[in-house]
Design a binder for this molecule. Structure first.
Ligand SMILES: Nc1ncnc2c1ncn2[C@@H]1O[C@H](COP(=O)(O)OP(=O)(O)OP(=O)(O)O)[C@@H](O)[C@H]1O
Ligand SMILES: [Mg+2]
Length: 273
């Protein structure tokens, strides 16, 4: 499909173009979001609105466009079309209210960087480009490391940490930003049960503080435990809504198709349609 034919598929008159009332506004909303790689849509005309003050999940099979959706919403990759708002404000002006923890990649830390310095990067707005680091910044960064159980590692080189430990440090950096909306791309991938518990505890405490959290998530078994709201995608949106309404066998089947064994579905705590 070429960009020109994609264009024809859009409804440019949808009400999304008018700014919603900020008091009622979702934490993150995307309208008609389409992102392509080499003319091939990875995310096609997705509308979604993640409620404020809640924990939301984005689920779907590998290659469904989950990471692309987050990156496109953040403006990190080019989008063919789409409107994005954070608490009713355009992403451009609201970007400082958003913290993002990308899907874990095998980042090679070519130069030695201490854990505490990685977390202090989260304070960059405070520090400014030419600002100097005060004791109060170190204390703030250390408090974030404590929150994720990594205070003992503050002086270690980030490259010498395990993947799960690095993941906790990146969460600490996001906390240091003091954002209102946290976007995390598979924070539980490849971490052990203790790290998963530590991370979910932090995310739930953010929610208790009134913050909004959107997580790309793979483990269907924990969806009902962890989240209030879910978006299911497979390039296009399948469904979105409160877990209690949309986390059904039918919707999962529509999202994952044959990739989800019946036996697996039976084990999930599903809500009936
Ligand atoms: N940089 C890129 N260049 C070309 N194609 C890409 C690029 N990044 C992703 N894609 C393709 O876009 C589609 C969506 O990828 P994306 O990473 O968003 O999926 P995902 O849902 O996050 O998958 P996973 O569960 O494996 O993380 C896939 O088909 C992928 O191959
Ligand atoms: Mg991904």
């Amino acid at each position: 499909m070429t960009p020109a034919t994609l264009e024809l598929a859009f409804d440019h008159n949808r009400s999304w173009d008018t700014a919603p009332d900020p008091a009622q506004a979702p934490a993150l909303s995307v309208g008609s979001l389409t992102a392509t790689y080499d003319d091939k849509p990875a995310v096609f005309s997705v509308d979604a609105a993640f409620p404020a003050g809640r924990m939301s999940a984005i689920i779907g099979p590998n290659g469904a466009g989950k990471s692309t959706l987050l990156k496109a919403a953040l403006g990190l990759i080019h989008t063919l079309s789409g409107a994005v708002a954070v608490f009713g404000e355009p992403m451009k002006t609201a970007r400082r209210r958003v913290a993002y923890v990308p899907q874990r990649a095998s980042v090679d830390w070519d130069f030695p960087t201490r854990v505490i310095d990685v977390v202090m990067m989260g304070l960059y707005r405070d520090l400014g480009l030419l600002g100097f680091i005060r004791q109060s910044h170190r204390d703030a960064a250390r408090a974030c490391l404590e929150r994720v159980g990594m205070a003992d590692f503050a002086e270690r080189q980030i490259g010498q940490l395990s993947g799960g430990q690095q993941q906790r440090v990146f969460l600490a950096r996001a906390l240091a930003q003091g954002a209102d909306l946290y976007l995390l791309d598979e924070p539980f991938a490849g971490v052990d049960a203790a790290t998963e518990r530590a991370i979910i505890k932090v995310l739930k405490s953010l929610k208790d503080e009134g913050k909004s959290v959107v997580v790309v998530h793979h483990d269907l078994a924990t969806v009902t435990d962890y989240f209030d709201y879910v978006l299911m995608i497979a390039t296009r949106k399948i469904v979105e809504g409160p877990i209690t309404e949309v986390f059904t066998a039918e919707n999962l089947q529509a999202t994952y198709g044959g990739r989800l064994a019946e036996a697996h579905i039976d084990q999930l705590r599903l809500h009936s349609a």
